[in-house]
Design a binder for this molecule. Structure first.
Ligand code: BEZ
Length: 211
């Protein structure tokens, strides 16, 4: 069965381009993003790994550890890393899991047989410090992901984990946020003493809290 929001992210022990690791221990108390790639030595995947390597400082700033996965063997991963540097102008600076027996791909339901029997789809799992799945995305092999969107998602998840707030469509850091419906006006007066802007009784905007 597929993983659902709020489920505990399955733990596993694997070999990666940074050596062997046990996933939950590696995550520690950080947020994590696990994302899969259909295959080594493929063009879209090569650009994706380069993009994430370039954005690594942004993930670090947010306390998020990133880790990729493909079902190819570790020897292939090591050879592919050179191509990523040559073509994307950046060295791989996060671990890439080798999953040749598909143990992780199976645990995370990353193989969708009606799309392909042999390779994973482009899955993304955002995992909280409590090891629970906070967000999933599934893209087909032919569509590269937008990793700026993933940073935006992390900003929203981290803000809404701390406050009784939600983020509206196309929200980005710095924009107004929304008071969640379960907070009635009486409680909102205590939580947001500076007040809010109500467009409807249920649509209440406030300035995003700092931190
Ligand atoms: C790619 O990463 O370029 C790719 C992989 C599998 C199918 C199509 C594209």
């Amino acid at each position: 069965m597929s993983l659902r929001l709020g489920d505990t992210a399955p733990d596993f022990e694997v070999d990666t381009t940074d050596g062997k690791l046990k996933f939950h221990d590696w995550l520690g108390s950080s947020w994590g993003i696990l994302f899969s790639h259909p295959k080594d030595f493929t063009p879209v995947c090569t650009t994706e790994l380069g993009r994430v390597a370039k954005l690594k400082p942004e993930f670090d700033k947010r306390g998020v550890k990133v880790i990729g996965l493909s079902v190819d063997p570790i020897e292939d991963h090591h050879a592919w890393v050179g191509d990523i540097k040559d073509t994307q102008g950046v060295a791989l600076n996060f671990p890439l899991i080798a999953d040749p027996d598909r143990a992780v791909a199976t645990a995370y339901d990353m193989i969708h047989p009606n799309a392909s029997e042999t390779v994973t789809v482009r899955s993304v799992f955002v995992i909280g410090p409590d090891k629970k799945v906070k967000l999933t995305l599934t893209y087909p092999a032919s569509t590269g992901r937008n990793f700026d969107e993933l940073l935006r998602i992390v900003d929203s998840l981290q803000l809404t984990a701390k406050h009784k707030l939600a983020t509206p469509a196309d929200w980005k850091k710095g924009d107004e946020v929304i008071i969640v419906p379960s907070v009635k006006d009486e409680e909102a007066k205590t939580l947001f003493p500076e007040g809010w802007r109500a467009e409807k009784p249920y649509l209440r905007y406030v300035k995003a809290p700092q931190g």
